[in-house]
Design a protein around this ligand. Structure first.
Ligand code: ADP
Length: 420
């Protein structure tokens, strides 16, 4: 339980129900392996003996239910062992959800009418929302269920690019290092790092996604019975709270988990849903292990997530540099990007003229066939504009895919490849 950094190769013994909280140093990755016993990182069990590599600045905890021995190799910025964790209460929640899942599966008298638990996790930024979502999903997958993860946190998106509203079916425990899988996700591009850039658009995309999942569930009983785990933004007061209530209604949540000391929020939600008897509001403790990330660090994380999209987690993927003629692409924006969306027409789709202002912008490739389908369409992926040649009428962009653009309708928001 030493809080200063370490750098030697060393063996760490963990007693039952303790965790070691690690913040990897910024200069080099850290390697770790299990020598003995069983451990998990945010609900996902580590393979025995195999070395795992964690990237600089990654923050995580290795927890053991029954005791274990680890070997660690590398430099940490901080590390601390603790036996004070809320893991038992998180596991209890998981067990309750499993009971509900089995109940719907076995007692569905009218197939199609039943639904599994839909948990929405709310709380301040850095209260451990994404972390709890990971645990609930990995544990459910380990028990053979296929819950759907819904990510409404546009500021720190977990599935793919920042600024997205997305969902994906979790079919196996998450990768303990990489976290959420991005393949086969349903992704909408919001295009901004904060919901207040365009509240109407945020709500519209939440409604789209909720509708799409309902459709998916109508066809897929396994997914419907496993339910959802929904991660939200850390904005919990004022308009932020209204957005949470909107999401609770749209996704027809059955459990709201409030993380941390959020008494006003709990009161507010209790009042708002007084008559919604099938909604349970549950307060759970925040882990002392959650790292608080200052705004500079958050910015860095956002940049990393954008970089990761194009270059891979360890910077080892080639981003393809490609060019396209102006006439080959149509770029659109939704609402007014100067932040006056409250007064303008926030859902209005307007063409963007192609000029130097596009340089460094992250654009989403929409599956829309017509501009008026942009809000209701999901996106195929993202490109980042590197250069615009006005004379030649060409744009140069990077893409993680070597393939041609699957569509020529691109959406521009305020997100750039180097967020400031
Ligand atoms: P939120 O979603 O509420 O903003 P996160 O779940 O993303 O918060 O947690 C913030 C950071 O703290 C993440 O980097 C996460 O990996 C880390 N973290 C969460 N719980 C622990 C823990 N028990 N020990 C160490 N790091 C943790």
């Amino acid at each position: 339980s030493d809080e200063s950094g370490h750098q030697i190769r060393r063996v760490v013994m963990l007693k039952k129900q303790t965790e070691i909280r690690i913040h990897v140093h910024e200069i080099s990755p850290l390697k770790l392996r299990v020598l003995d016993g069983k451990v998990e990182i945010f609900g996902s069990e580590l393979p025995p003996k195999a070395w795992l590599t964690f990237q600089p600045l990654q923050q995580f905890a290795v927890f053991t239910w029954y005791g274990a021995t680890l070997e660690i190799d590398g430099v940490t910025r901080s590390e601390k062992t603790s036996d004070e964790t809320p893991m038992m209460s998180y596991l209890n929640l998981h067990n309750t959800l499993q009971v509900q899942r089995h109940h719907v599966t076995s007692s569905a008298r009218y197939p199609g009418s039943s639904q599994g638990p839909r948990v929405i996790i709310v709380g301040d930024t850095d209260s451990g929302k994404s972390t709890l979502a990971k645990m609930l999903l990995s544990w459910a997958a380990k028990d053979g269920c296929k819950p759907t993860f819904v990510d409404l946190n546009v500021g720190q998106s977990s599935i793919t690019m920042t600024g997205t509203i997305a969902a994906t079916s979790i079919t196996m425990p998450l990768d303990p290092v990489e976290g959420f899988p991005a393949n086969k996700a349903i992704v909408h591009y919001f295009g901004h790092k904060a919901a207040n850039n365009n509240i109407k658009l945020y709500k519209a995309l939440v409604e789209e996604l909720a509708g799409e999942l309902e459709e998916e569930f109508a066809k897929n009983a396994e997914s419907r019975n496993a339910g959802m785990v929904i991660d939200t933004m850390g904005w919990t007061n004022g308009l932020g709270c209204e957005l949470l209530k909107h999401a609770i209604r749209m996704f027809n949540a059955s459990v709201v988990v409030v993380l941390g000391q959020e008494d006003t929020l709990v009161k507010d939600l209790n009042r708002a849903f007084k008559y919604k008897k099938d909604l349970q509001i549950l307060k759970l403790e925040k882990s002392a292990g959650v790292f608080s990330r200052c705004s500079t660090f958050r910015k860095r994380l956002r940049n990393n997530s954008i970089k990761k999209y194009f270059h891979g987690a360890t910077n080892d993927l080639t981003a393809y540099t490609k060019t396209a003629k102006f006439s080959d692409v149509q770029v659109y924006q939704i609402g007014d990007l100067r932040g006056s969306s409250r007064f303008g027409q926030p859902l209005k789709i307007t063409p963007v003229s192609i000029d130097m202002d596009l340089v460094n912008k992250v654009l989403a490739i929409s599956y829309a066939k017509q501009p008026d389908e942009i809000i209701s369409s999901i996106v195929a992926g993202f490109v980042c504009i590197r250069d615009v040649d006005i004379d030649e009428e060409t744009i140069t962009y990077i893409s993680p895919s070597v393939a041609e653009l699957p569509s020529n309708i691109l959406i521009m928001g305020t997100l750039t490849c180097n967020e400031t």
